[in-house]
Design a protein around this ligand. Structure first.
Ligand code: ATP
Length: 372
């Protein structure tokens, strides 16, 4: 249906640069999620694509045509906002039919389209009701129906589920994914919820301070973060990020986690990728809590450490392990490890930790870019 391209797009509000030199290509039929913390520029980027904002610099293309000067109405885009603005005096049928009536589509065709969309969204029984008697989830589906009935080139969805309670949110999420798959429309979905992003997206665009940090499949974003920000933003609990220094032990290169006695052996090919600039800038070691193994028995390749805190989460337990004490602040240096709830450990126990070098990450502290 549509291919979207943003080239060097900049948007400023006075002193604030909301979108910085943004380059992005979204393929036909793709489902892309804009993910980032509040104020990072997600909505502004969406509004630029919709034509509700004008960029100060750069170009926006839809299907190869530069659309910078096209009005929103001429871009053939349907926009669903966080706050679904339904017409309170119209029933569900007329709310959904509204965009078709506005462009004078024939009555019988409107009827076919409204009923088709209502069936997909499972709101056929509610067509005669007014919005005031609908639940939040139902109203949201009507708002989606109004966008879908038009069959536009592009759907832009700005936190469309923010007002729904947790259960309806999960149901609606599945619905949106199925619908997008069936309709095959290019879709951009804005959220600050990483679970929503992971579950919906073909590709996730992670945005921070108006800068596109990384775009990739959920798997790439989670497993191969290209910056400290992406590494620290994704995951629950998030990746362990600890300062480290490159040194050697018995003639072999090792990473020493700062303020601890933990020395991690690193393979030569990874050692070769650590530049002297990065060593000077400072190194940050990263490992996800699920990529550390914990054992109750000593093993010569594992590292002994003390359990500081246990957080039972039901399906898993998170252990906070104390690796050392910060020499200046005296704060504990902690590592979070995910274990099965049957793993036996009490606060104060010593356990043994194993690290898989294929699951280790390293970042340059100054550039915040990934070393490996
Ligand atoms: P949220 O998740 O909270 O909606 P967001 O990632 O969508 O945040 P934007 O709404 O795009 O972020 O805002 C990006 C930056 O631009 C913020 O610093 C915001 O305060 C600023 N901004 C957005 N719209 C305007 C405006 N109309 N006037 C001035 N500043 C604005």
């Amino acid at each position: 249906m549509a291919h979207i391209k943003l080239e060097n797009v900049v948007k400023r509000y006075g002193e604030v640069v909301a979108v910085k030199d943004f380059n992005l290509e979204i393929h036909d039929k793709e489902f892309v999620v804009f993910l980032g913390p509040s104020g990072c520029g997600k909505t502004t980027t969406l509004r630029l694509i919709a034509g509700l904002e004008t960029p100060e610099e750069g170009d926006i293309f839809i299907d190869g045509d530069r659309v910078n000067d096209l009005s929103p109405a001429d871009r053939d885009i349907a926009f669903v906002f966080q706050f679904y603005a339904l017409y309170p005096h119209l029933n569900v049928y007329d709310n959904i039919a509204f965009p078709l009536k506005a462009v004078k589509v024939e009555k019988s065709e409107i009827d076919t389209q409204v009923k088709r969309v209502a069936e997909i969204l499972q709101i056929s029984e509610m067509l005669n009701r007014k919005p005031s008697v609908l639940s939040g989830g139902e109203m949201q589906r009507v708002a989606l129906g109004r966008a879908m009935v038009r069959q536009p080139k592009v759907y832009l969805l700005d936190e469309p589920m923010a007002n729904l309670d947790a259960k309806i949110r999960v149901d609606t999420r599945a619905e949106i994914k199925r619908l997008q798959y069936e309709i095959g429309a290019t879709t951009i979905f804005v959220t600050h919820d990483q679970v929503e992003a992971m579950s919906l997206a073909d590709r996730i665009a992670v945005i921070h301070l108006g800068v596109l940090q990384q775009i990739g499949t959920p798997h790439e974003i989670y497993n191969r973060p290209q910056s400290l920000f992406v590494a620290g933003f994704m995951g629950m609990p998030t990746m362990n990020l600890l300062e480290a220094e490159l040194t050697s032990q018995d003639g072999a290169p090792v990473l020493r986690l700062s303020h601890t006695d933990v020395h991690l052996r690193i393979p030569p090919e990874r050692h070769a990728r650590i530049t002297s600039d990065s060593q000077e800038n400072g190194l940050v070691f990263g490992v996800r809590p699920e990529h550390i193994t914990a054992a109750n028995q000593p093993n010569e390749r594992h590292i002994p450490a003390q359990v500081h805190l246990i957080e039972p989460l039901g399906a898993v337990n998170i252990l906070d392990i104390r690796l050392g004490t910060h020499s200046q602040t005296q704060d504990p240096i902690l590592l979070r490890v995910r274990v099965h709830p049957t793993f036996q450990a009490a606060v104060g126990d010593t356990i043994w930790l194993g690290f898989d070098d294929k699951e280790m990450h390293l970042f340059d502290q100054k550039t915040e870019q990934t070393v490996w």
